[in-house]
Ligand binder design. Structure first.
Ligand code: PXP
Length: 235
């Protein structure tokens, strides 16, 4: 399993004062010293954390970027210009604190099939952030996505409440179905140092995208150690 480090919350902290600290590019350099697959960055419509320049400045370091994005033409144009390693299509609501659930691929499959075509043609890997739901997995295969990223938020909440077995089973089942349809499978949201080991029970997971817990831990340990600790847990 590989790790994508989500650095959005370094930008959240920087933007709290509107200046340059903490420096996102310096943080990206620290992360890139380690054996990670990619830096994950979400360019939201309201630019509440990552800004357009951040993407280009991190790309200049030679980083593989996994760009989380809503399925809008504005962000699609930016993706085609930036040429990230991969994009993960997520739902986006202005009022939400963070991404709240998976994307409804089933309900907009014809739109999404057309939407991802230029991204795929440009050679960008396309992932759909979905709940562990058979209909959504099948729709992701239908539209021609390369990957799904399973939303692990419900699993993470259940883990906190001490009863995660059912949610983990749902993830396992969805991953198996996706793989049988030729999709590669990633996972993310709410994963932390306590629950991440359980992701090893899901056969064939490629990548975990983790942000909040790593950036939170880094306040106490420094970013390099925080990432390194997570890498050790998922190896
Ligand atoms: N994957 C996706 C698609 C997300 O939207 C997020 C949150 O930005 C994450 C992974 C990372 O979640 P967390 O910050 O809870 O680790």
């Amino acid at each position: 399993m590989k790790l994508g480090v989500n650095i959005d919350h370094i930008a959240t902290l920087r933007n709290a004062r509107g200046g340059f600290e903490p420096n996102l590019v310096e943080a990206a350099k620290v992360a890139l010293k380690l054996d990670i697959l990619a830096l994950t960055m979400h360019l939201r419509e309201d630019r509440r954390h990552i800004k357009d320049d951040d993407l280009y400045n991190v790309k200049k370091l030679g980083a593989k970027i996994n760009l989380e994005m809503a399925a809008t033409s504005e962000i699609q144009q930016i993706a085609l210009d930036l040429m990230p390693y991969s994009v993960c299509i997520v739902p986006e609501r202005r009022q939400e604190v963070t991404t709240e659930g998976g994307l409804d691929v089933f309900g907009q499959k014809e739109y999404l099939k057309e939407f991802i075509k230029p991204l795929k043609q440009a050679g960008i890997l396309v992932s759909m952030f979905i709940d562990a739901d058979e209909k959504q997995v099948e729709a992701s295969s239908y539209i021609g996505a390369d990957y799904i990223e399973l939303h692990t938020g419900c699993f993470a909440n259940a883990f906190e409440n001490g009863d995660y077995v059912k949610e983990l089973e749902k993830l396992k089942k969805a991953a198996k179905l996706a793989q049988s349809l030729g999709l590669k499978v990633n996972a993310g949201h709410g994963l932390n140092y306590e629950n991440v080991h359980l992701m090893k029970e899901i056969q064939g997971l490629c990548e975990l995208n983790i942000g909040h817990s790593i950036i939170s831990k880094s306040i106490f340990t420094g970013l390099e150690s925080a990432i390194d600790m997570m890498l050790k847990l998922i190896k």
